[in-house]
Design a protein around this ligand. Structure first.
Ligand code: PEP
Length: 258
C-alpha cells in the first residue's frame, strides 16, 4: 500500500488504545509487532501502544530497540496527592510512557469528564513532558441533528491547552457512534470534520496548528485504513479493537508503508 496521507509536512502517528484489555502475557503482541516492523517495509509513521497503566513498564521493556512508543490512557490533573486509584502524568512518564490519551469518549461518558477536566489533564501531560492525545467526537444524536462541527469546535476550544504545540499535542477525532461499532463515516465526512479541525487549530495556534497531528479514530481496521489515512488532514489513526493483535495493528500501519 502506498503512503498516501495528504499532509506531507506532518509525520503520521498510528496509536493503539488497548482500553481495559491486556495481561502480562500480552507482551507477546508487542514483541511480535516489533519483529514485523523490523522485518517489513519501512513505515513512515510513528507507532504507539497505550496499554492499561499496569502494563506500561513491562511493554516499554518489551518495545526496547523498536520504534514502538508506549503511552497511558488517562491521567489525573495533579502530580500527586490523595486521589485513590488515580495515576498522574508524572507517574506514567516515570513508568516509561511518552504519550497519554485524554478525553476519550468513554472517559467523558463513564466518568463525566467535561472539557475543563480534559484540558486540565492535557495541561498535566505537558507539565510532565508527555504528549497529550486529546480526543473529541460527536454522538450519533448530535450528528443526526447536524451539530457535528459545533460540538467538535466547542470540545476543541475547551479541551486544548493554550500552550499546545505540534510537538506536545495530538488531536484525535473519534465520532462516538463509530467507536467499536464497525461503522465509519464516509471519507468525505471525515475530510469535512478534519478540515474544520485544521482551520480551528490554525486560527488558535497559527503555524503550530498547521503542523499539529489530527488522528481519525473509530473502527479503523486493516481493510479500511488506507482509504481513511489518505483523507486530507488525517495524520494517522487512533485504534481500539484492531490494536490488540499485532497482525491487525501491523495491517493498519501498512497504510504508511511505501
Ligand atoms: C477507540 O476507542 O479509541 C477506538 C477508536 O476504538 P475502535 O477502533 O475499536 O473503534
Amino acid at each position: 500500500m502506498a503512503a498516501t496521507a495528504k499532509s506531507p509536512r506532518v509525520k503520521a502517528l498510528v496509536a493503539g488504545n488497548w482500553k481495559m484489555n491486556g495481561l502480562k502475557a500480552s507482551r507477546k503482541e508487542v514483541t511480535a509487532l516489533a519483529k514485523r516492523l523490523a522485518k517489513g517495509k519501512r513505515a513512515s509513521c510513528d507507532v504507539l501502544i497505550c496499554p492499561p497503566a499496569t502494563l506500561v513498564g513491562l511493554l516499554k521493556e518489551a518495545a526496547k530497540g523498536s520504534k514502538i512508543a508506549i503511552g497511558g490512557q488517562d491521567c489525573h490533573a495533579k502530580p500527586s496527592g490523595a486521589h485513590t486509584g488515580d495515576i498522574s502524568a508524572e507517574m506514567l512518564k516515570d513508568a516509561g510512557a511518552s504519550h497519554v490519551i485524554v478525553g476519550h469518549s468513554e472517559r467523558r461518558a463513564d466518568h463525566g469528564e467535561t472539557d475543563a477536566v480534559v484540558r486540565a489533564k492535557a495541561e498535566a501531560a505537558l507539565r510532565a513532558g508527555l504528549v497529550a492525545i486529546v480526543c473529541v467526537g460527536e454522538t450519533e444524536a448530535q450528528r443526526d441533528a447536524g451539530e457535528t462541527l459545533t460540538v467538535i469546535g466547542t470540545q476543541l476550544a475547551g479541551s486544548l491547552p493554550d500552550a499546545a504545540t505540534a510537538k506536545t499535542v495530538v488531536v484525535a477525532y473519534e465520532p462516538v457512534w463509530a467507536i467499536g461499532t464497525g461503522r465509519t463515516p464516509t471519507a468525505d465526512d471525515v475530510a469535512k470534520v478534519h478540515a474544520a479541525i485544521r482551520a480551528a487549530l490554525k486560527k488558535r495556534f497559527r503555524g503550530e496548528g498547521e503542523a499539529m497531528r489530527i488522528l481519525y479514530g473509530g473502527s479503523v481496521k486493516p481493510s479500511n485504513a488506507a482509504e481513511l489515512m489518505a483523507v486530507p488532514n488525517v495524520n494517522g489513526a487512533l485504534v481500539g479493537g484492531a490494536s490488540l493483535k499485532a497482525e491487525d495493528f501491523y495491517g493498519i500501519i501498512g497504510a504508511y508503508q511505501a
